[in-house]
Design a protein. Structure first.
Length: 311
C-alpha cells in the first residue's frame, strides 16, 4: 500500500487578511484578519502536521527528511513546493520575488516562482501584474517619484482566471480576491510599495526597494499560457494550467469516479470545490494531502474540483 499524507493547514494573520478562509472553507482561523492557509507545506515558517496514519503527529518536513524514498528520492535539500489559499480582504503590497541564484546568495533560500488561480473575487476586483518601464532607469525613476499609477500594469480579474508569475515579476493581489497559489517553497518577498499604510503604532511596513530593483525583470515579459492542454477524463475534464521548470499544475473538474495516475516524486493535492471520496475516505472542499511516490494511482469519486501540483 502506498502512502497518502493528510496534512493540517497552518494559518497566517496578515494586515490585509479577512475571514473568507472560515466562511468558504470552514477552517478554524485564528482571527478575522487571517490572510493565508499554507497546505500542503513543509516550509519552516508553516510546516504542516500529518493528521493520521503511520506518521501521525510528525511534520511534513520531518517525513521528507527521514523518508526520502516516499518522495522519489529527489536530491533537493528542502521540500521544493508549497501551496497556499490567500484571502485578500485588502490590497497586498506591490512586491517581487528573487530567483534561485539571488535568493541563495542573499537569503539562504530558494527563489520564488509562483502561479495563481482565482477561486473567487468581488465585482471589479483588480490585480497588478508587471510594469511599463522599458529600462532599469525608468523603473528606478518611477519608484523614486512614487509614480506607481503609471508604472504598474493593473487590470480586472474574474473567477477562474490563471496567472503564472516567474521570479522577477512585479505583482500584487488586490482586495476582494480569494486565490489558490502554488509556488516554490520560499518565503522571500521584497516589498516595492505598500500604499503608505500604517500599523496601529503609526509605522509604515518595511520596504525592500534596492532588492526589488535588483531582481525585477525589465522590461516586463508576460508569460504565455495560451497552449494549456485540456482533455476529457473518465468522468470530467483535466486542464494543465502550467508546466514549467519549477512546477506543473493540473486542475481536475470531476463529475464522478476517476483514477488519477501518479508518475511523479509526489503530488500536492487540494480539494477546492465540492466533495466526494479519495481511496474511499470522505473529502470536502478545503482538504489537502500529499500523494507519495509509492502510491501509483489514486481513486477519486464525487463532484469536485481538484488541484494537483507536481514538480
Amino acid at each position: 500500500m502506498g502512502h497518502i499524507l493528510w496534512v493540517e493547514p497552518v494559518f497566517k494573520e496578515m494586515i490585509w487578511g479577512g475571514n473568507q478562509l472560515k466562511e468558504k472553507y470552514g477552517y478554524a482561523i485564528p482571527s478575522d484578519q487571517t490572510g493565508e492557509c499554507w497546505a500542503p507545506s513543509a516550509h519552516p515558517n508553516g510546516d504542516n502536521t500529518i493528521k493520521e496514519g503511520e506518521f501521525k503527529g510528525q511534520t511534513l518536513s520531518k517525513v521528507f527528511d527521514e523518508h526520502r524514498e516516499l518522495f522519489g528520492n529527489i536530491k533537493d535539500k528542502q521540500f521544493p513546493l508549497l501551496v497556499k489559499i490567500i484571502d485578500a480582504c485588502n490590497d497586498l503590497s506591490v512586491q517581487v520575488h528573487p530567483n534561485d541564484e539571488y535568493a541563495a546568495l542573499h537569503e539562504n533560500s530558494l527563489g520564488k516562482t509562483e502561479c495563481w488561480y482565482v477561486l473567487d473575487c468581488k465585482e471589479d476586483t483588480k490585480m497588478v501584474m508587471g510594469h511599463h518601464a522599458k529600462t532599469k532607469e525608468e523603473l528606478v525613476k518611477a519608484i523614486e517619484n512614487d509614480d506607481y499609477d503609471h508604472l504598474l500594469n493593473k487590470f480586472d480579474i474574474q473567477k477562474g482566471d490563471f496567472f503564472y508569475i516567474p521570479s522577477g515579476t512585479i505583482h500584487a493581489i488586490c482586495k476582494g480576491s480569494l486565490i489558490y497559489e502554488a509556488q516554490q517553497s520560499s518565503d522571500i518577498t521584497y516589498r516595492v510599495y505598500d500604499y503608505h499604510r500604517k500599523d496601529k503604532d503609526g509605522n509604515e511596513r518595511k520596504l525592500h526597494v534596492q532588492q526589488s530593483i535588483d531582481v525585477t525583470t525589465v522590461p516586463y515579459q508576460p508569460y504565455d499560457i495560451e497552449n494549456q492542454v485540456e482533455e476529457t477524463i473518465e468522468n470530467g475534464k483535466r486542464k494543465e494550467l502550467v508546466s514549467s521548470n519549477y512546477l506543473t499544475l493540473n486542475k481536475y473538474d470531476m463529475t464522478g469516479y476517476n483514477k488519477v495516475k501518479n508518475d511523479k516524486p509526489f503530488q500536492l493535492v487540494s480539494i477546492i470545490e465540492g466533495k466526494g471520496t479519495v481511496k474511499g475516505k470522505e473529502v470536502k472542499k478545503g482538504d489537502h494531502f500529499v500523494v507519495c511516490s509509492d502510491q501509483k494511482e489514486v481513486d477519486f469519486d464525487g463532484c469536485m474540483t481538484v488541484m494537483i501540483c507536481t514538480l
